[in-house]
Write a protein that binds this ligand. Structure first.
Ligand code: PNS
Length: 160
């Protein structure tokens, strides 16, 4: 039984994240989406809000569950007997940082990282860009799940 973790900030979840989650769910027995607090970024949605949104859009995948963690990802993996991280790679610009993290995670706790190439149609997509488009009144419906669009719109209006 192969259980993997897909970690991220998911602030909010995008169609790019969903693509990786869907493909991971077809490759592994169990996929745990871990919402982590990224200390280098300020967030728009709280962790419970992000979890609720992810559950809403991944409910169709029977082998996908959602959790959260504050601290090192490898400590989450150790506490939950998971030894493999799955991450999407969008472009060469992601590679340096992701390689560094994967190497440190391997050294810290022996946790492996598998990279999946993002679908070309999502290679430019990030939660940060989606938030920027939404906060400037742009249309984000092609980039995030339909269920999240109104939540993002009302949050950026509230914060304006
Ligand atoms: O969606 P993001 O913001 O690119 O995800 C990055 C995340 C949250 C997965 C990464 O920052 C992370 O793993 N944070 C937890 C702390 C940690 O384990 N850092 C790596 C070793 S120092």
């Amino acid at each position: 039984m192969k259980r993997v973790v897909c970690p991220g900030s998911f602030d909010p979840i995008t169609n790019g994240h969903l693509d990786i989650i869907a493909r991971a769910s077809s490759l592994f027995d169990e996929v745990v989406i871990a919402v982590l607090v990224n200390q280098t970024k300020s967030s728009l949605f709280t962790v419970p809000e992000r979890i609720e949104m992810i559950k809403e859009v991944t409910g169709k995948f029977a082998n996908v569950s959602v959790d959260s963690w504050s601290g090192l990802l490898v400590d989450y993996c150790k506490s939950n007997q998971i030894n493999t991280i799955v991450k999407g790679l969008r472009a060469v610009s992601d590679f340096d940082y992701e390689l560094q993290m994967s190497q440190i995670n391997l050294q810290l706790q022996g946790v492996e990282t598998l990279f999946m190439a993002t679908a070309p149609s999502h290679s430019f997509l990030s939660s940060s860009l989606v938030k920027e488009i939404a906060s400037n009144g742009g249309d984000v419906s092609a980039y995030i799940p339909a269920a999240i669009v109104s939540k993002l719109k009302s949050r950026v209006i509230k914060n304006a």
